[in-house]
Design a binder for this molecule. Structure first.
Ligand SMILES: Nc1ncnc2c1ncn2[C@@H]1O[C@H](COP(=O)(O)OP(=O)(O)O)[C@@H](O)[C@H]1O
Ligand SMILES: [Mg+2]
Length: 262
């Protein structure tokens, strides 16, 4: 038995896929002294190439903190974390920005769209940061907006769009530069059933290309079936990794019934 296989959360990948993300013993605190919050208390997690891993667990258990550390948006306090073999903490800020910009697409829970730009301009930002010329970037952004069903709204600013539409813009922006790792925080929270389904189908299609990986934080039981694996967090730790939501929540698969509202 290898050292990895001997740890409960570290199953060897049966399909022999490579690793996109490797987390070992990650810790992260907020604040200090009496008021310290131990948000991550020793996270062990692997994300394989070509998989859609969902991350679930009760509000406050550390999901957003974990994906922020993985995406290099937030510094960890301890432990190891590599993304395609690279460690953000070993990079200077310029290297970090470049690596993140080329490799990662991030869908923030609060969307983080730039209010003064049109949605086509918003979606083109990752391409511009990667040196694509403005005209080509806008053309590609419009294509991506078409894919998420917003082709008719490309010249609108975000405040003219509904929450669900803004969420789809955020998803288009996360995918437009064809990143190898896509990290999404509650990407269907503002979407109706049908739209949510379409968006996760789109995300799943991206993962199924084989050399891309997705980590999707969710408590949306309507989309659990799209997961290749589901990692369950509690109190700053990954306590279970399962192949389907039924293993976590029983046949009803309802995270909300299990007290896990976001
Ligand atoms: N910026 C912050 N400052 C202080 N505490 C925070 C901050 N962000 C998150 N926390 C705390 O860290 C814990 C984990 O939060 P979070 O990662 O947002 O959980 P989740 O996404 O699972 O709801 C919670 O107790 C939360 O209150
Ligand atoms: Mg969160």
């Amino acid at each position: 038995m290898t050292a990895i296989a001997s740890q409960p959360n570290m199953q060897a990948d049966p399909a022999g896929r490579g690793l996109a993300v490797r987390c070992r013993a990650i810790t992260k605190n907020y604040g200090a002294g009496q008021s310290v919050v131990r948000a991550l208390r020793g996270i062990d997690l692997d994300v394989y190439l070509g998989e859609l891993l969902m991350l679930v667990g009760p509000s406050g258990c550390g999901k957003t903190t974990l994906i922020s550390v993985i995406a290099g948006v937030l510094d960890r306090d301890g432990g190891e974390c590599t993304v395609f073999g690279k460690d953000f903490s070993a990079m200077n800020s310029r290297e970090r920005t470049r690596f993140r910009g080329q490799t990662i697409g991030f869908v923030f829970q609060s969307f983080n769209l730039i209010p003064t730009l049109t949605i086509a301009e918003n979606v083109s930002v990752p391409l511009l940061l990667n040196g694509v010329h403005r005209r080509a970037a806008l053309a590609k952004a419009k294509e991506m907006l078409d894919t998420v069903g917003l082709g008719a709204r490309v010249n609108d600013t975000p405040n003219r769009l509904s929450g669900g539409q803004q969420q789809r813009v955020a998803i288009a922006r996360a995918l437009v530069h064809d990143p190898k790792l896509i990290v999404c925080d509650e990407p269907t929270s503002a979407l109706d059933h049908e739209t949510g389904h379409k968006i996760v189908e789109l995300l799943k299609g991206v993962a199924m290309g084989g050399n891309r990986s997705l980590v999707v934080v969710t408590h949306d039981n309507r989309i659990f079936d799209f997961a290749d694996r589901i990692a369950h967090m509690d109190d700053g730790q990954v306590d279970k990794i399962v192949g389907s939501a039924k293993e976590l929540y029983g046949p009803n698969m309802n995270a909300s019934h299990a007290g896990e509202k976001a």
